[in-house]
Design a protein around this ligand. Structure first.
Ligand SMILES: [Mn+2]
Length: 310
């Protein structure tokens, strides 16, 4: 019997119930950002937040690998932000909504939607802590096959959030990227990263050194008081992420990404994270969604096992 199979019932407690187990201000806050209007490739990523909530029903709250049970804490589901209409305006609404949700008492998880949401997340983190992006006090860790350093012209896109943040004042030294893939970026964008002082680690480096070593180095390179983590699920190999329009061969596997999520969660500076680029309409087996849920739960398990609460 496969207890995760459709139709079978998991023993309680289940992760879908846990998602809305707490009131506003609970240790974890979940919010959906259903948008795909700024995606460069055709995507229905706006369908993903409700599908993500549903996919949680396939998971228990018990992380047997790390000995952490999420049922020992609570999460508030703040619902979905209205991302309708013009994509740039929707992103501004998202930034405002997130700014209101940020508080030192909760760790915020944002479920996209395409990767354009990361721009709003990082700006909202800075606003929520009352500092400028340029202060150097806010940092960004990306798990992504791509640099996301495309020019935001004629319009911002899911390929431009890191470029926009850096051009908006975030020092390149406060950005670290893990999982950069081969044949996934223009050479000029890697050059842009290096000129801007953005540190990056390839997917090959993760394979050779192991995720624990790479992520420990990446977190150590982030000299910031508060960190946002962008989990672009296209950092996974295309075999594991068929529902991400830009996933490529040679990417990470779900165990590596889960380990990164646990380690990032355990870092008390990490105040928020996003899960981006999953198109639930292009994921008939639910492979990509379940990988994304695994990232979410692994992050929360890591955060729950912090030595001192953030
Ligand atoms: Mn991306």
């Amino acid at each position: 019997l496969n207890p995760l199979a459709d139709g079978a019932s998991l023993p309680e407690p289940r992760a879908d119930d846990w998602l809305h187990s707490g009131p506003e201000g609970a240790p974890f806050t979940f919010v959906g950002a259903p948008t795909s209007s700024l995606s460069l490739s055709p995507s229905e990523a706006h369908l993903t937040p409700p599908a993500f909530r549903k996919a949680l029903a396939r998971f228990a709250t018990w992380d047997a690998e790390h000995g952490v049970d999420l049922s020992g804490t609570t999460c508030h589901d703040a619902g979905d932000v209205d991302m309708g209409g013009d994509g740039v305006q929707a992103r501004e609404r998202l930034e405002q909504a997130l700014s209101g949700l940020f508080s030192p008492a909760t760790t915020l998880g944002v479920c996209g939607g395409d990767n354009s949401i990361t721009y709003a997340c990082v700006r909202a983190l800075a606003a929520g802590r009352g500092v400028e992006l340029s202060s150097g006090r806010v940092g960004l860790l990306t798990l992504d096959a791509h640099h996301d350093l495309r020019a935001p012209h004629p319009r911002p896109s899911n390929g431009s959030p890191v470029r926009e943040l850096v051009e908006g004042g975030l020092p390149g030294s406060r950005v670290v990227q893990v999982g950069i893939g081969a044949f996934a970026n223009a050479r000029s964008l890697t050059a842009f990263a290096e000129t801007a002082g953005i540190r990056h680690h390839s997917a090959a480096s993760v394979r050779l050194r192991g995720m624990a070593a790479v992520l420990q180095e990446a977190l150590g390179q982030l000299d910031a008081e508060w960190v946002h983590v962008d989990f672009d699920i296209d950092v996974l190999d295309r075999a594991f992420a068929p529902g991400c329009p830009a996933s490529v061969p040679g990417g990470l596997d779900p165990a590596q990404l889960g380990e990164a999520a646990f380690m990032a969660g355990r870092d008390a500076r990490v105040a928020s994270f996003d899960i981006a680029e999953v198109d639930a309409a292009a994921d008939p087996q639910g492979t990509t969604l379940r990988a994304a849920v695994h990232v979410f739960l692994s992050f929360c398990a890591g955060a729950q096992s912090r030595e001192s609460p953030a």
